[in-house]
Design a protein around this ligand. Structure first.
Ligand SMILES: NC(=O)c1ccc[n+]([C@@H]2O[C@H](COP(=O)([O-])OP(=O)(O)OC[C@H]3O[C@@H](n4cnc5c(N)ncnc54)[C@H](O)[C@@H]3O)[C@@H](O)[C@H]2O)c1
Length: 330
């Protein structure tokens, strides 16, 4: 069934890919974004990649009146608008709680008033803290090691409580592992404001020559080459996971959480090697001390999403690096 889907943070890195895939699946998309970490050309890129137009509203999810107007005629919400830099969240915890928790509560409140009860939330593997069991199942203990992670943990708890309070709610939290890659057309790219915080943007910047070298934080972890291992999931796979979630909301009620990952780990050095193959460039790197709060390995057990949402990741890390590189070349 075709739905009108409100995508908050839809001009951002993951949101723009989700918007394109929702449009391709036949849904109508409305985007709300305040451009705190994106800019209007992202909307033009979404429209070019999808070959369709989207209704876009510049504004903040914390603006209840704006949300009420925006929710008119909406069937479901994908809530991606959030601040996401771990280090910054340690320096400015109140900005993170205000934006990520305040924004969520206001949005849910407006949704209840507008009687829109279908909700997909951008959660993160960060809710597993330093997981003891790898691959990590959804049943693993939850914890947070920084204010950003706390906002995801608290948000999931708020969503659980809201789902219990009224059985009309159908809520899915998607716990992303490490999103990488770009739209294969090269039309959409990751264009955050400021310094890259994640490994892939840093690796690509070093391949372009815009960054002297990639810092590798620790090579003495208990992993095959000593560097941290992550489950890098292509943003197109994440996007199809959201389409599966939107389609699955009708047949369920309450709150559920799903891992979105490949189920296999790639080390920092392996990712740099894949980026070198994709770009044809040598990427300088420097091994430095471990970074506080980093875990040795974070790999998803994605079987629940495979069985219950009918979703499986299909892109490889090499494809992700090629797509990232192509999007940089434009
Ligand atoms: N990228 C990752 O590694 C990762 C991993 C796990 C989870 N997530 C989550 O996925 C979501 C999307 O992440 P992303 O990587 O695309 O980040 P992003 O910064 O590219 O996108 C977030 C978008 O939300 C907008 N935004 C932020 N606060 C807003 C507000 N109050 N009102 C309106 N718009 C607002 C920003 O301008 C931006 O366009 C976030 O919730 C993030 O926490 C990201």
């Amino acid at each position: 069934m075709s739905k009108r889907v409100l995508v908050t943070g839809g001009a951002g890195y993951i949101g723009s890919h989700v918007a394109v895939e929702l449009l391709h699946a036949g849904h109508e998309v409305v985007i709300v974004d305040n451009y705190v970490n994106s800019s209007p050309p992202a909307i033009t890129a979404i429209e070019a990649a999808a070959g369709q137009s989207v209704t876009t509203i510049e504004g903040d999810v914390g603006d209840r009146d704006l949300m009420l107007v925006t929710l008119d005629g909406v069937d479901a919400v994908v809530h991606m608008a959030a601040l996401k830099a771990v280090g910054e969240s340690v320096e400015k915890p109140l900005a993170y709680y205000h934006n990520n928790i305040g924004g969520l509560v206001t949005l849910l409140d407006a949704m209840a008033e507008a009687e829109v009860f279908q909700f997909v939330f951008s959660s993160s593997a960060t809710v597993y803290g330093d997981a003891k069991e790898v691959p990590i199942p959804e049943t693993a203990p939850l914890s947070a090691t920084n204010p950003y992670g706390q906002t995801k943990l608290m948000a999931e708890q708020i969503l659980r409580d809201v789902a219990i309070s009224d059985d009309r709610w159908s809520i899915l939290a998607l716990r992303y592992f490490n999103p990488v890659g770009a739209h294969p057309s090269g039309i959409i790219s990751e264009a955050p404001k400021g310094k890259p915080n994640n490994l892939m943007p840093a690796v690509m910047a070093a391949a372009r020559g815009d960054l002297d070298k990639v810092m590798v934080f620790g090579d003495d972890y208990d992993t095959p080459d000593g560097t941290g291992m992550r489950d890098y999931i292509h943003v197109m796979d994440l996007a199809s996971g959201h389409v599966a979630a939107i389609d699955g909301l009708d047949s369920r009620q309450g709150f559920d959480a799903y891992n979105l990952g490949l189920g296999s780990g790639v080390s920092v050095l392996e990712l740099i090697a894949a980026a070198e193959r994709a770009s044809g460039q040598t990427i300088p790197r420097e091994i430095v001390d471990r970074r506080p709060g980093d875990v040795a390995a974070s790999v998803a057990d994605p079987s629940r999403a495979q069985t219950e949402l009918g979703w499986t990741a299909t892109y490889t890390v090499d494809q992700a690096c090629e797509d990232n590189w192509r999007s940089q070349e434009r």
